[in-house]
Design a binder for this molecule. Structure first.
Ligand code: ADP
Length: 407
């Protein structure tokens, strides 16, 4: 099936056209800085993926998607000449609230619930909803699926998802832990089970999605029982530009001292903090690691803090589970940085997570999952390559096929 995957953010749009039968990518599109005067959109087609770039200044996220659809049917490099050739659309949705515990095909009822979820992710969900509406206008007969970042975490028990606040904030405003990166944690857990050659339902796993954003999840018998991200993706680990968990009193203290608005405070926590804020250099781990190697003290501190917070989260989930069989590393940092893995696990050997120095250094071919702990490590360490767009395409395909089979 030909699936168009749509990943709409607050100021970005990432799309891919994927042939799910052979797991082949046919088109990639990335629009960035949407809303700014220098907004650009790159579109590239298989087999060479040479990107052509154009300005999308003045366009909204859904207008960029509209333009992409025009390019798809007019470009000589495109594999399709009509939008009818697209078999389904798979939308990544950041927040599904308590309504969605699995991916769904979009109908009128789902659309209404999606609207109600907008306030849970005001930067992301409204763009995604606008894209869904656009697709319903332009491809009215093509099935659309919603794949949620939060769905996998709907199995968390109340003791993990409730905050110690007056209960009415939960009943009135649905303030609770929702988590994120769910599609990635689910996939990492399933891949680790195949690597270990054991059924997922028999395993206790700690999955670490360490990318620009980062979260760690305790996956017990295949179900998320706790995760570091919370009501929003701001909680938990230190991230590229997000602070992660801090004393909440710091927020009101800074606001009073500097007389700043809610939006300004929000930007400090989400955009100016984390690795960027501490290093004063960059949110990109590669840049900060290189600066730390050159002796930059702030860069070294940022890396040390990052590693320490990951170690503490792994330790806390080890305590939360009744057994831990493996820790799974995925996403940009988790998959690619042997140095970070070494720094993280050098502090966790006493818990039985023992890295094999040689296996850790081997750079696997893209898409190669592997075990990087020593053979008799009581708890295995796995590296799994994540591919969010491919997973969304395959989930969409499965939903559409199941729907057809039930008709
Ligand atoms: P996104 O959330 O944007 O999809 P990714 O999963 O691609 O993020 O992760 C991006 C992060 O991974 C960046 O901080 C980048 O520096 C880091 N990263 C990628 N490759 C390496 C590497 N070889 N060593 C260290 N960090 C890396």
């Amino acid at each position: 099936m030909l699936v168009l995957v749509v990943n709409a953010g607050s100021s970005t749009l990432k799309c891919q056209l994927i042939q799910t039968d052979g797991k082949v990518r046919l088109m990639k599109c990335l629009a960035e800085r949407i809303g700014d005067a220098d907004a650009v959109m790159e579109v590239a087609f298989a087999p060479d993926f040479v990107a052509s770039e154009q300005s999308v200044a003045g366009l909204s996220v859904e207008e960029c998607l509209d333009l992409l659809l025009d390019i798809l049917i007019s470009s000589p490099e495109s594999p399709i000449s009509s939008l009818d050739e697209i078999g389904a659309i798979g939308n990544r949705i950041v927040a599904g609230g308590e309504y969605f515990s699995a991916s769904v095909l979009i109908d009128h009822d789902v659309l209404e619930k999606l609207k109600r979820c907008e306030e849970l992710a005001p930067l992301h969900n409204p763009s995604a909803d606008a894209c869904i509406e656009l697709m319903r206008r332009r491809l009215p007969h093509t099935p659309e699926a919603a794949v949620f970042d939060t769905a996998f975490h709907q199995t968390m028990p109340p003791k993990a998802y409730m905050y110690p606040l007056p209960k009415r904030y939960y009943t009135d405003y649905h303030i609770r832990r929702y988590g994120a990166h769910g599609t990635s944690h689910r996939y990492a857990a399933a891949q680790a089970a195949s690597l270990l050659g054991r059924p997922l339902k028999d395993l206790g796993l700690i999955t670490c999605h360490l990318g620009s954003g980062g979260s760690i999840t305790a996956v017990n018998h295949g179900e998320s029982i706790d995760t570091t991200m919370g009501f929003t993706p701001l909680e938990g680990l230190m991230m590229g530009t997000r602070s992660g968990s801090i004393d909440p009193a710091i927020v009101t203290y800074i606001m009073r001292r500097e007389h700043i608005s809610f939006d300004e405070m929000d930007a400090i926590l989400n955009k100016d903090s984390g690795i960027l804020g501490v290093s004063g250099l960059s949110s990109d781990m590669r840049t900060v690691l290189a600066a730390a190697d050159e002796g930059d003290a702030d860069a070294e501190l940022a890396v040390e803090m990052y590693v320490y917070k990951v170690q503490k989260a792994i330790g806390s989930f080890y305590a939360a589970m009744t057994r831990t069989d493996a820790v799974v590393m995925t996403a940009g940092i988790g998959e690619n940085s042997a140095e970070l893995r070494e720094r993280i696990f050098s502090g966790l050997a006493h818990m039985g997570m023992i890295l094999d120095q040689e296996k850790n250094q081997v750079v696997g071919a893209i898409g190669t999952n592997r075990i990087v702990s020593i053979d008799d490590s009581p708890i295995k360490i796995c590296v799994v390559t994540t591919d969010e767009e491919m997973r969304i395409a395959r989930e969409t395909d499965a939903l559409v096929e199941a729907d057809r089979a039930s008709c």
